[in-house]
Structures are given as structure tokens and as C-alpha cells.
Design a protein. Sequence first.
Length: 278
Amino acid sequence: MMKRFFLTLVTFLLMTISFAYAHDWSKIKIGTEGAYPPWNGMNAAGELEGAEIDLVFDLCARMNAECELVAQDWDGIIPALQNGKYDAIIAGMSITAERMEVINFSQGYANEPASFSVLKSSSLAALGHSGKVNMDDLNATSEGLLASLKSTLKGATVGVQGSTTHENFVKQVLGDSVTMKSYDTQENLELDLSVGRIDAALSDQGSMEKFMESDNGKDIVFIGPGLGGGPFGEGVGVGLRKRDTDLLKMFNRAIDAARADGTLAEHFTKWFGKDISM
């Protein structure tokens, strides 16, 4: 009799806990940086725009949810999620093992290789830009491309945006062979590269290509191979609190639907000039 009582009590408590964590996702707050075009940025009117901004409203419509965008500096974007400032992150965030220790991710919705960029007038530009390296599947060819890249950059000052996969790559692969300078935003990184305050920058190709289209960026070129895998992660996904598994399922279903009807590809082709969707 006592055993049955305790089993009933445990069942009641579990149901109570489950009910307490149930959430009405008809309204969702989404954090984004607003400083990483063409993923997400601000237009001249101070309005958020970009491939991921279009994606947010597409996914929210599919989830029958009213969504509010919240601009957040990159350095604090994960802590703000955990502290409840918003419910999800859609901000060009790569899915990495390190980040998955503290948050969950949806399936990937886009993937863009990273590359180093330099001024056309720099001696480093002689390396050229060719080849691809998957850090998860290195072979003799890719090892040779990495060796040439490391040799070319030896002694250079390399800029990256802080708390990114690009920063991790420079630390892990180039190490003390270069001087690394971290920036709070992609924009400040690009501006310093354009005026020669740093020798090279590492970023995803799409964001730098956007800057190359501007007057300030027209004298910048890529060098070395396109880089992916390893510290760069497994594509870009929606970041979520670990407890919000129901919201995770909602985003995954919405991404599946956007992929199936072709609108996922349309969003990225519109802003990147190519389809980088997954």
C-alpha cells in the first residue's frame, strides 16, 4: 500500500514538473546580432535586414508564432539566451561541440566556408585563392594547402571577430606563428583590414564578399583555400536553451518545410548571390 502511494506521488510530481515547463510558443523572442551582413544587419533606417531576418519571419509563420527580434552584441549573445532575454538565437551561429555543451541547436540551415582576406597590394596576396580544406577530413592535398597558408601568414597580424569559430581556428591552427587581434564586430574588423591596420582577416566568405562590394572593400581579395569542418562546426543553426525541446522540434519542422518548398534556398540566394542553404 505504501509502495503504491509513493509511486502515485512520484507520478504526480513528474506530471506537475512537466506542466510547469510546458510553454505557449505563440510568441517567441529571437536574438540576432544585427551587425553581420548579409546574414543579419541594419539598413540606413536602422531596421534589421538580411537573409536570417527574412528566415525568421518565414519560420515563425510556419510555426504560427508571433516573433519579436532583439538585437544583441555578439559577445553576450549566448548568456542573454540563457538568462531569458529571448528564446532563440538566429545570428549566423555555427553549430560546434563547444557551444553544444551549453545550448542546443536546430538542424543546420546554411553553411559558408571561411577564408582569409588581404589587401590586393599586400605581398600576402601572391598566395592566390584556390582549393578547399575540410578540417574533419584532411589528406595530403589539404595538408599541403594548410602548410602553404601557414607559411604565408607567418609573422602576420591576423584579425578575427571575437568569440567566433574563426578565432578558434587561428588559436588552434596558426597559434603563435601569427599575432591575433580580436574585434567586437565584423564591421570594425573589415575597416581595419581596409586601411592596413592588420595584415589579414579571417571570416566567412559571404560576409567579406558583401564588404568587397563597397568602396572601402574594393581593394580586398581572398587568399588560400576555403575552410570548413573542425573548429568551424557543422553549419549554422538556431541556438536554443537545452530545456526548450518542444521549441527545438518546432524549428526543425519549420526548417524542413522551408527546405522542401525551396524558400530556404531563395532567402540565401537573394542576400548572398548564391545558395548556401543546407
